[in-house]
Ligand binder design. Sequence first.
Ligand code: C2E
Ligand code: CA
Ligand code: CA
Ligand code: CA
Length: 277
Amino acid sequence: AKSAGRNRLAVFVPEMTLAMQRRAQMEAELRKAIEAAALVPYYQPQFDCRTGAMVGVEALLRWPHPQRGMIPPVEFIPVAEESGLIVELGRWVLHRACADVAAWDRAGAPPLTVAVNVSARQLKEKGFLDDVRSALHASGLAPERLELELTESLLMDDVDAAVAFMHAVRAEGVRLSIDDFGTGYSSLAYLQSFPINQLKVDRKFVQSLPVAGHTIATAVIALSRGFGLSVIAEGVERPEQLEWLRAAGCDYAQGFLLGRPMPAAELLARARATAEA
Ligand code: C2E
Ligand code: CA
Ligand code: CA
Ligand code: CA
C-alpha cells in the first residue's frame, strides 16, 4: 500500500504541474488578448413575449484565439476571475456594450437595452461604480438602458455589501437583474430587500418546459408579479416553450429559437430589419 501511494504521488505531481502550466499559459495569453482588445462581445437579442418586438440584448464575451478558434466564456471567465483580470475585462465589456448600443441608436435601431454580466470580483473593486458612470458618460447612453446581471451566489456572498451596492447602482438609474434565478441559494426573504428590476428564469427550467419545469417557472413569474419586477426567460429553444411562457405571462424571452449570440454588426442589421417590419 505504501509503494502504491508513492506511485500515485509520483504520477499526481507532474499532472498538477501540467494543469498549472496550462492555466498559467492561458492567463498570460488572456492578459495579452485583453491588452490588445482582442476579445469581442457577441450580442443575443431579447424579445417582448406579447408583441414580439426586439427590446434588448445581452452582451456575451467571445475570445477569438489564433490557434484554438473561438474560445467560449466558460473556459476563460474562470481564469479571468481567479487572476483578477476580470476587473479590467469587465470594465472593457461595460464600455464596449454601452458604446455599441449607443452607436446602434444612431444607425437607426430601436432603443434597445443592454445587459452586462457582472462577476463577484468586480463588485469587490472600489472603482466599479465609477466604471459604470464612465461607460455611460463616454457613450452617452441613458442609464435606464443599461442593465447589470448579478447572480444569487454573488449577492449572498456578503448580503449587506451587496444591498448597499445595489442601492448605489439604482441611484445612478441603472437597472438590475438576477441571473440564473432559482439555481442559487438565496432565501426568498432576501428578495424583499434587493432593489432589483428583473428576475431571469434559468435555462434549466425553461428547457424542460412545458412538461417539467413549469412549477418553478410559474412560481418565478408569480414572484416577479408580486414584487413588481419584470421577468425574462433564457434558453428558449422550441416554439412550445415560447408559447407556454407567453401564456404564463412571462414578459421577455431570449434563446436560440429567437436569436443566437452574434457579432455587433449582425445584431444591428437584425434590429433595423425588425424595426422596419
Ligand atoms: P449566462 O449569463 O447565463 O449566459 C447565457 C448563456 O446561455 C450564454 O452562454 C448563451 O450563449 C447561452 N444561451 C443562450 N440561449 C440559449 C439557448 O437557447 N440554449 C442554450 N443551450 N444556450 C443558450 P455563453 O455565451 O457561452 O456564456 C456562458 C456564461 O459566461 C454566461 O452565462 C456568463 O455567466 C459568462 N459570461 C459571458 N460573458 C460574460 C461577461 O462579459 N462577464 C462575465 N462576468 N461573465 C460572462
Ligand atoms: Ca447572463
Ligand atoms: Ca443566465
Ligand atoms: Ca447560466
